[in-house]
Design a protein around this ligand. Structure first.
Ligand code: FAD
Length: 449
């Protein structure tokens, strides 16, 4: 037996929820939301750790204080979400070498400025090569020393805005706020859901939200879609909004019948996926500096990205004695594949290099695994500089009744929570427009006959 409805939304992350909300607000009530996991939120996810709530996925509201207002910041204000101001730029003055010495701030600032220049040059070089009008004969030299490698890592993985303009910061502003709320960043999703789904005592009880429904097969034609889930359920609809990550689209989790057209497959393949891993460590007491300008610190090692970027949680949760270290890409995949005990040993080795051998062992470690999560397959999209408007148009474009949404479909804000939020709205607007046109076509053909 199958269930019929007007629209199926696949995924209950921020884009799926914002898409469904807009449909509901426009009178389209007969939708179902099929979510593979047992919760809403997707890549916005908190977990209790060492007595506080930590964010395994998105942690910051990025892009605040600019000429345009960030809609996610507005949602946070309305929900009285607790946040604290974060200043990444301090990190460059807290760079430790392997013997625990802090690089003098003058030297660090100089290396930083040099790294920004060379990153800009490298970008220009790549653009020139691509356009076929190369004026530079050589790319700038690759960083080699531990300090240069560390700075190169933070520049590319955290502070790209210093190298090239990023819409999030140019349009919404340069400030970033860390979410530090016991209810989690995901409380924003719950507040959105509450406005159009039936809830009671803090729980969503609406039968249109279906959890633990893993979509595995999607049949589509001009007449609509049929979807099969892993547990053997079948759903039919006129339209479908697919909000799964680009990593999931690149995997074989969902098979399309007929297969997606080549232009769509190519757009999906061209988009890179970043893996970004925040590892949380709980200690019996603090042994790291905590005053102003110390929230972030850097470990310089000859291996690029080896436990480089550290943050203490004293601003967010004073007295929590928690440190966070962020790994990306290859290092993320490496630690995902090993046991948490091994990762803990490596992290402690690095901390003992920085703070001496007599620091206490961490009592607890938490290692999220976004890469090996088959409903995620990475942390967020990253478009190579070769990307064109056409690539974005193609990744967004519907295929018959199949509409695509999610952070990766946002040309201006991909990779961010607000990108996911705004893409859901954009996709639903496009779908509502298509539904309106379809109605017109039907009325015309009825008049003719
Ligand atoms: P998702 O949240 O991934 O939602 C898609 C949903 O689809 C998921 O719930 C998934 O379970 C479900 N799904 C997948 N496959 C299926 C299937 N076959 N059937 C049914 N359901 C399926 N952004 C910021 O703005 N600031 C940050 O500080 C920040 N940090 C980040 C740190 C990390 C570690 C990560 C992972 C992300 C971070 N981001 C950050 C990015 C931000 O979290 C995402 O851009 C945003 O949450 C994506 O929302 P979405 O709705 O597009 O996708």
């Amino acid at each position: 037996s199958s269930t019929f409805c007007s629209v199926i939304v696949v995924g209950a992350g921020i884009s799926g929820i914002s898409a469904a909300k807009l449909l509901a607000e426009n009178g389209v009530d007969d939708f179902v939301i099929l979510e593979a996991s047992d919760r809403i939120g997707g890549r916005i996810r908190k977990e209790d750790f060492g007595g506080v709530s930590v964010e395994l996925g998105a942690g910051w509201i990025q892009g605040v204080g600019g000429k345009e207002s960030n809609p996610v910041w507005e949602l946070a204000q309305k929900s009285a979400l607790r946040t604290c101001f974060s200043d990444y730029s301090n990190a460059r003055y807290n760079i430790y070498d392997q013997s625990g010495k802090i690089f003098p701030s003058g030297l660090a600032a100089e290396s930083y400025d040099k790294a920004v220049d060379s990153a800009i040059q490298k970008l220009r070089y790549q653009e020139e090569i691509l356009s076929g009008h190369s004026t530079m004969s050589e790319p700038p030299p690759a960083p080699k020393t531990p300090i240069d490698l560390a700075i190169d890592f933070i520049l590319h993985d955290f502070e790209m805005a210093e190298v090239e303009p990023i819409s999030t910061y140019t349009e919404f502003g340069e400030q970033e706020f860390l979410v530090a709320d016991e209810r989690g960043y995901e409380f924003l999703l719950y507040k959105m859901a509450e406005s159009f789904l039936f809830t009671s005592e803090g729980k969503i009880l609406d039968s249109r939200l279906k959890l633990n429904k893993v979509v595995r097969e999607l049949q589509h034609s001009r007449n609509g879609v049929t979807v099969k889930t892993e547990d053997g359920c079948v759903y039919e609809a006129n339209y479908i909004i697919l909000s799964v990550s680009v990593g999931v689209l690149q995997s074989d989790l969902i098979s399309f019948r007929p297969p997606l057209p080549v232009w769509k497959k190519e757009a999906i393949e061209k988009c890179d996926v970043i893996v970004y891993t925040k590892i949380f460590l709980k200690f019996p007491y603090k042994f790291w500096p905590c005053g102003p300008g110390t929230e972030f610190f850097i470990y310089a090692h000859e291996r690029r990205g080896y436990f480089t970027f550290w943050q203490h949680m004293e601003n967010a949760y004073p007295g929590s004695n928690i440190l966070v270290v962020t790994l990306t890409n290859e290092e993320s995949k490496r630690v995902e594949a090993q046991t948490d005990e091994e990762t803990l040993k490596e992290a402690m080795g690095v901390l003992r290099d920085m703070f001496g051998s007599d620091i206490p062992d961490a009592s607890k470690i938490l290692v999220p695994r976004w890469w090996n999560n088959r409903f995620q397959r990475g942390s967020y999209s990253n478009y190579p500089i070769v990307s064109t408007h056409q690539d974005f148009a193609n990744i967004r474009a519907p295929v018959g009744p199949v509409f695509f949404t999610g952070e990766h479909t946002s040309e201006r804000f991909n990779g961010y929570v607000h990108g996911g939020y705004l893409s859901g709205i954009d996709t639903s607007k496009a779908l509502l427009e298509e539904m309106r046109k379809e109605k017109e076509r039907q009325m015309e053909s009825e008049l003719e006959s």
